[in-house]
Ligand binder design. Structure first.
Ligand SMILES: [Zn+2]
Length: 505
């Protein structure tokens, strides 16, 4: 008995001695590994001649800079419009785009001009970590995603050293998912315990694919809907509801009166007249030289885009653009392997928001910017505002992953158990309800679409209440008004009746 007691005492003593050693070896015992937030496109300013008197912010673009460039070409544009001189109009537009965006272009090796830099790149500092703080990782969105992956690798090592943790959580917003894809392709998921992707174009976005194939057109229905869907997210202050409702009504009246159709026809004529020149002399040389933008081109557009955008057939730029194709192709399988090895994964994407009204594929359901099918790695989706067609629904044997509004079937996703969908959620818009889901993902042992009672796979965003609710059925203007009485919802209800009576309104 004495022997046992002395053994236990020895064990206790050893444990006590181990405690200071545990602290002394720099390990943190808080149980919550640090969060690294990988920002979205435009997460850091791109500056020309930084630190000199000629310093000019190129991205996010400075409105005064844009206006001064526009002022330069306005006389030429007015003259061209009056004399119907399309060559002169094209010249003026090319001059404007080149003056505003030209210095963003990279060279044939995919390198920036030396005087165009990102002076505010982040470096991890301090050891403060926990559910409410993160280390912010930003990057120059134009460059090769693998360059960011290398920086992120060093960044993660620094964060681990600063905090005394062996792993980190990666929370990626929009283009942050592109950086993640390149990172996982090159470095794997060792030392990562949570991966969150918020509205990330993991398989690209149709707007980039179509724009890089020259498929640009204006469509009045999509333009009106785009405006309508963005209205609830306007920051209009105290008069919020009234202004939002009034704008909604105004948009619908303009559409009904044919004004928006007229504007689109004018826009389409402009694209036909000068589109080719603007592409050849401005858009292709600038945006076609950015591997970061190439990373948004979905696989089905890629080959055509390579031809249309005159991507060089060899050299640094070519190699960088092509290297990312592997990362994009492999991301689904890599995430599946990570999930099998215990990494907690949450992909979350918006749906039922009208997408950017400039492309032919305007019916693709999205968060307004990224198509739901690409952000979710393969969900089968109905057209925006429409359910999946009856033949598809009838053919489904298993409805576990079918949304209650019948708009999304998540069973075809790479990770149906780890992919959430939020109806009417505008791209990357802040929402306290979604943040609460992220907190659960980061603190729970079990993470999947059945694990959290308040957060099933299909959610609906309520921007006014700053939260999300489980989707229970198809969106209906009367239900929405009844549940959330507001001027905006009243106007929506009113126009839904008008539209059902006058089908072509
Ligand atoms: Zn800790």
């Amino acid at each position: 008995m004495k022997k046992i007691i002395s053994l236990i005492l020895c064990a206790v003593l050893l444990c006590c001695m181990a405690l200071p050693a545990f602290a002394a070896d720099g390990k943190c015992g808080c149980g919550f590994s640090p969060i690294i937030y990988v920002g979205a496109l435009g997460c850091t300013p791109i500056v020309r001649d930084a630190g000199t008197e000629n310093e000019q912010m190129l991205w996010k673009i400075d409105t005064d800079f844009l206006l001064s460039n526009l002022k330069e070409v306005l006389p030429q544009i007015s003259k061209a419009l009056l004399t119907r001189n399309t060559q002169q109009l094209g010249d003026a537009l090319v001059a404007f785009i080149n003056a505003s965006f030209g210095d963003l272009a990279l060279d044939s090796e995919g390198r920036s001009k030396e005087n165009v830099t990102t002076p505010e790149l982040s470096v991890p500092r301090g050891s403060n970590h926990g559910p409410d703080s993160d280390y912010y990782f930003n990057y120059d969105f134009r460059l090769d995603p693998f360059e960011h992956a290398d920086r992120l690798h060093a960044f993660i090592a620094q964060v681990k050293a600063l905090t005394g943790h062996d792993s980190v959580k990666l929370k990626c917003s929009s283009m942050g998912g592109v950086v993640l894809s390149a990172y996982l392709e090159k470095y794997g998921y060792d030392g990562i315990d949570v991966i969150i992707c918020r509205c990330s174009p993991l398989h690209g976005t149709a707007v980039a694919g179509e724009a890089f194939c020259g498929k640009v057109e204006l469509n009045s229905t999509s333009l009106t809907r785009y405006g309508e869907d963005a209205i609830p997210f306007l920051e209009t202050g105290a008069a919020d509801d009234f202004l939002e409702g009034t704008l909604y009504a105004l948009l619908d009246v303009l559409k009904g009166a044919g004004v928006i159709d007229g504007l689109c026809a004018l826009g389409d004529k402009l694209i036909r007249d000068v589109g080719d020149q603007v592409y050849q002399e401005a858009l292709i040389p600038i945006f076609g030289s950015l591997p970061g933008i190439w990373s948004f081109v979905p696989e089905e557009y890629f080959e055509e885009a390579v031809g249309f955008m005159h991507l060089p057939s060899s050299g640094g730029l070519h190699d960088k653009v092509f290297a990312y194709r592997n990362a994009m192709a492999n991301i689904g399988d890599t995430l599946k392997a990570a999930a099998r090895d215990g990494v907690k994964i949450c992909l979350i994407c918006g749906y039922n928001v009208q997408r950017t009204p400039l492309v032919t594929l305007w019916k693709s359901t999205s968060d307004g910017t990224v198509d739901t099918k690409y952000a979710s790695l393969g969900a089968t989706c109905g057209n925006v505002k429409e359910p999946l067609d009856d033949a598809y629904l009838c053919s489904l044997d298993n409805r576990t992953y079918l949304s209650p509004d019948h708009m999304i079937d998540a069973s075809t996703c790479a990770l149906p158990e780890c992919t959430w969908f939020v109806r009417d959620w505008l791209h990357c818009n802040g929402n306290a309800g979604i943040d609460a889901l992220f907190n659960l993902v980061m603190t729970s042992d079990e993470v999947n679409v059945h694990a959290f009672a308040d957060f099933p796979q299909f959610l609906e965003a309520d921007d006014d209440a700053d939260t999300v609710y489980p989707v229970t059925g198809a969106p209906d203007a009367f239900e929405r008004l009844k549940n959330h009485p507001s001027w905006l919802n009243f106007i929506r209800f009113l126009f839904s009746i008008i539209k059902s009576v006058f089908k072509n309104f």
